[in-house]
Structures are given as structure tokens and as C-alpha cells.
Ligand binder design. Structure first.
Ligand code: KG4
Ligand code: ZN
Length: 337
């Protein structure tokens, strides 16, 4: 079954075709990230205008390779996200469904992120098979959530951030350190220049909720601690960036492994933009080896951040088509399922 996925929840305009939930036949992502850099952040009104510009050319590029006659169903992100942005993808998908009569599946894009681990491309076939029960950690700009997956088709929310997301802590820290809109990737690059790890001890940041009994996260106190500590830093930016990255990643690893132990997970899946972080991956590899008997899965880098392939994959496993008239954008769609 070939599913056409459409994703426009933030500042990306993405379209993909995925066969049977796994094989990426085509995936195109147009981003207005560079354009937004000059404003120091995403301006929702401008993001949606750019998406309006990009939507048809992005769709055309994919349909050039896979015409609608080869598509069995359409899947679209309906939330959570920016209302103006979501509307572009949702209305485009509904139009396709209306004109062609093809089934349309609404998708929660946060729940779709872990499905990046199911994807194969012509050049990439994940070496390990995912086994269940599995624990999935979604770490993105707006979300930090843990899910239990009993099968590919069953997801249960276990916990999440009670305030800010891990990605937001990365993004705000990057701005504080003068890295502009570079976000977690820029902070990771600065941290990699830290030549003396022990120098990072000069500033020690808190690891919020590291030892509590829940599977929740909290990053807003850390953000404040980072701001306070920054006033004391002079020429130690790489060390400071390193310690910020350590504080955020320590909590992500610890809580995920706690969930994996609690639910006797056979696999651990990561997803969302922050899962591209190499230090996070390194720590997950070490901790998983030492502490649990589970296989560890990271998406290939291009499918960590927002894309439409994960939307099409999720829709294959959760195939619940609806009448296009009943589908609408839902900016604050809950992930607590
Ligand atoms: O999943 P995503 O593309 O969008 C949302 O759904 O939010 O994630 C974007 C987030 C941003 O906060 C960005 O700073 C973060 O992912 N990110 C990273 C890295 N690459 C992207 N954080 C840490 N290290 C990275 N290498
Ligand atoms: Zn996302």
C-alpha cells in the first residue's frame, strides 16, 4: 500500500510516499528555516505564507515520480502545531481526497516521530529488527514524551515534559550563546570544541527530575539556571555548551532507561529533532549496553526532524481513514493517549 504523507506543522513543507509503512519511495522537505534566521525565530504568519508558496511545488516534485494513480491513500498531520501552518497541509490533503475519492488518514505528528525507525530507503536499511514491547522517546522542539509500544499499532503515553521541551532548552541556550537560530545542532557543534571536559565542571547545571518516581521531564528550571550561570562565563563557551548538553541528555537517557526497565522493553526507539544529537546517541549506546537487555534504534539523520515519511508510515500502522469533511487542523492536539 502506497501512502502519500503531507506534513506542515511548523516551518517545514514536506511530502513523501511510503510503501507498506516502511519503504520510502520519495521524500521531499522544503524548509523556511534559513529565511526565519533573520528574525531570530519562527514567525507563524511568515511560516505559513512560505508554506503556501512551497506546498504545490513540493507536492509536484513527489507526484512527478509517483503519480496519484499509484497512491492508495493520503495521510496528513492535523496537529499539534501552528494553526496557519497546519491548515495548508490539511486543506491540500483534503482537496486531493475530495477530487480523487482516495481515503484520508489524519495523523498526530508527535506520535509519528518514532516511526522514523521503521523506514528504509534505497541506501539505508536499519540493521536491527524492532521488538515489542518497545519504549519510544520523542524529543523535539515542542515535545519530550515517552510512549510504550506493545505492537507497531499500539501506543500508550507514559509521561512527558511538565513545562518546556528538551529542544526548547537547546534552542534558547543556543541563542543565549550567540548561536542565533542554529538550535541544538549549533550547540552540539560548539560543545564538540570542548577540549577539556573537566573544565566543564566549573559550571555545574541541575539535572531536573533525574531521581523522581515519575516518567516526566522538566526543563524550564534548567533554562533559568543556564541563564544565571551564563553571566559568570567569560571565555568558556565550548565548556559551557558541553555542560548544557550533558545536563539535558543525562535526564533524557536516565528517564528512558527507567521506563525500559519498568516495562521490560525489548527495544528502545528515539525520534524527533533532538534524537539527531550525537552525544545523546553515544550516551544511549553506553547506558543501554550496561543497564537493559534491549535493542536501540535511532532514525537516520534526515528523518529525525520533521518530514512526511513518518506521517505516511504512522498512517499505515494506524489506518483509520475518515471522511475528508470531518478532518480539521487541531493545533493543540493531545499526545496523552
Ligand atoms: O522534530 P523537530 O524537527 O520539530 C518539532 O517537531 O519541534 O525538532 C526540532 C528540534 C529543535 O529544537 C532543534 O534545536 C532540535 O530539534 N535539534 C537538535 C539537533 N538537531 C535538531 N537538538 C540537539 N542536537 C541536534 N543535533
Ligand atoms: Zn516534529
Amino acid at each position: 500500500m502506497n501512502i502519500l504523507g503531507i506534513e506542515t506543522s511548523c516551518d517545514e513543507t514536506a511530502v513523501a510516499v511510503v510503501k507498506d509503512g516502511k519503504e520510502v519511495l520519495s521524500s521531499v522537505v522544503a524548509s523556511s528555516h534559513e529565511f526565519h534566521a533573520q528574525f531570530g525565530g519562527i514567525l507563524p504568519e511568515l511560516a505559513s505564507r512560505k508554506q503556501l508558496e512551497f506546498m504545490i511545488p513540493t507536492l509536484q516534485e513527489v507526484l512527478k515520480q509517483y503519480p496519484l494513480s499509484e497512491i492508495d491513500a493520503v495521510a496528513v498531520t492535523v496537529g499539534p502545531g501552528l494553526i496557519g501552518s497546519l491548515l495548508i497541509g490539511v486543506e491540500c490533503a483534503k482537496t486531493i481526497a475530495m477530487v480523487t475519492g482516495k481515503p484520508i488518514v489524519p495523523v498526530n505528528h508527535v506520535l509519528a516521530h518514532p516511526y522514523a525507525n521503521f523506514l528504509t530507503t534505497q541506501s539505508f536499511h536499519p540493521p536491527l529488527t524492532i521488538q515489542f514491547p518497545a519504549i519510544a522517546l520523542v524529543v523535539s522542539g515542542g515535545h519530550t514524551e515517552l510512549f510504550l509500544m506493545n505492537t507497531e499499532k499500539e501506543m500508550k503515553w507514559l509521561g512527558g515534559t511538565i513545562d518546556d521541551a528538551a529542544g526548547e532548552a537547546f534552542d534558547k541556550s543556543a541563542r543565549l550563546l550567540g548561536l542565533g537560530n542554529g538550535g541544538g545542532k549549533a550547540l552540539e557543534e560548539l560543545a564538540a570544541q570542548c577540549i577539556n571536559e573537566s573544565a566543564s565542571q566549573r559550571v555545574t547545571l541541575p539535572r531536573p527530575l533525574l531521581h523522581d518516581n515519575t516518567l516526566n521531564f522538566s526543563f524550564s528550571g534548567l533554562k533559568t539556571a543556564i541563564q544565571r550561570a551564563y553571566t559568570k562565563i567569560n571565555d568558556l563557551e565550548p565548556q559551557f555548551a558541553y555542560e548544557i548538553q550533558e545536563a539535558i541528555t543525562d535526564v533524557l537517557v536516565k528517564k528512558t532507561l527507567k521506563a525500559a526497565t519498568q516495562y521490560s522493553a525489548q527495544s528502545i526507539l528515539l525520534g524527533g529533532g533532538v534524537s539527531a544529537n550525537k552525544r545523546l546517541r553515544e550516551k544511549f549506546i553506553a547506558a543501554t549496553r550496561q543497564q537493559v537487555n534491549a535493542s536501540l534504534h535511532f532514525p537516520s539523520f534526515e528523518y529525525c526532524t520533521d518530514n512526511a515519511a513518518v506521517i505516511a508510515s504512522y498512517a499505515y500502522y494506524h489506518y483509520l481513514p475518515q471522511n475528508y469533511r470531518e478532518i480539521s487542523a487541531s493545533p493543540s492536539l493531545s499526545v496523552e493517549i
